[in-house]
Design a protein around this ligand. Structure first.
Ligand code: IPE
Ligand code: IPE
Ligand code: MG
Length: 252
């Protein structure tokens, strides 16, 4: 079974939604629970949003699961988060596959233990030929890490004589970034009330519509997500042009 698309092709539906799933710790603290309970509860919100993206015809969903900076958290939380990531991969991949979702993990995997790396590879391979929703999980990811590894790759191409310095342009930079080949995010959502990017997609957010929700991630459900989609649908995206130019081009 594939998720049924209600609005596929609608110009008002974002093609790519990128989410900073923030507020798990506060959700747990409010309930006098350990922080990991909040991360566990956050998994249900992930399931809801993945399902809804399928129904709404969103092509790509990127979820920020663990940032390059999150290693600075207490070792116990990091260890439990890695465990949760592994369990979730293990338990969810069959269902994702059944729903035609193609899963990819983006970030520096060299820091993960071999067991987790193996689960990642397995999940990616198993879902590689699916052509439904593309689910990107940013794990040990940072926008600066991505730009840094991209610069290294370009420098290597120059060193090998495969690329002239004069030919470095936006396209060649894109081609070595982790999200190459995917549309840039149309809609960015951050839950938990903070209004910052926290080293998420630095290059790709150049023209993304930014939406901030006060809800803590485990409380972010279908209605909240639909509200974000409605807000997005009401935006006029100008990409540097005037409002009048855009209205004319869209036939208003
Ligand atoms: C986001 O929730 C999840 C991760 C960063 C892994 P937090 O754990 O940051 O929750 P708060 O911000 O402390 O409430
Ligand atoms: C951003 O949340 C990273 C993830 C949601 C994975 P943080 O909670 O780590 O961000 P800051 O530290 O508040 O900026
Ligand atoms: Mg946080």
């Amino acid at each position: 079974m594939t998720f049924i698309s209600e609005t596929a092709g609608s110009p008002r539906a974002p093609r790519h939604v990128a989410i900073i799933m923030d507020g798990n710790g506060r959700w747990a603290r409010n309930r006098h629970l350990p922080r990991i309970a909040g991360h566990r509860a956050g998994l249900e919100a992930v399931r809801t949003v993945v399902r809804r993206c399928g129904e709404k015809g969103v092509a790509v969903l990127t979820l920020f699961a663990f940032s390059s900076e999150n290693w600075q958290r207490p070792p116990d939380e990091v260890r439990l988060l890695m465990g949760l990531f592994a369990t979730a991969l293990d338990q969810e991949v069959a269902k994702l596959h059944e729903h035609n979702v193609r899963l990819r993990i983006v970030g520096d995997r060299s820091a993960f233990d071999p067991k987790l790396r193996q689960l990642i590879n397995h999940a990616e391979q198993r879902t590689a030929s699916n052509d439904g929703l593309r689910l990107m999980i940013a794990a040990n990811y940072g926008g600066r890490w991505d730009l840094t590894q991209a610069m290294r790759r370009l420098a290597l191409q120059v060193k090998r004589g495969a690329l002239e310095i004069e030919n470095i342009d936006e396209q060649s930079i894109q081609s070595v970034l982790s999200f190459h080949g995917l549309p840039e995010p149309d809609l960015f959502i951050r839950t938990g009330g903070e209004r910052r990017i926290s080293n998420f997609l630095l290059w790709q957010l150049a023209y993304t519509e930014l939406y901030f929700s006060q809800l803590l991630w485990p409380d972010f459900g279908v209605d909240a997500f639909d509200e974000a989609l409605s807000w997005y649908a009401s935006r006029q995206r100008r990409f540097g042009r005037t409002g009048e130019q855009v209205a004319k081009a869209e036939g208003y």
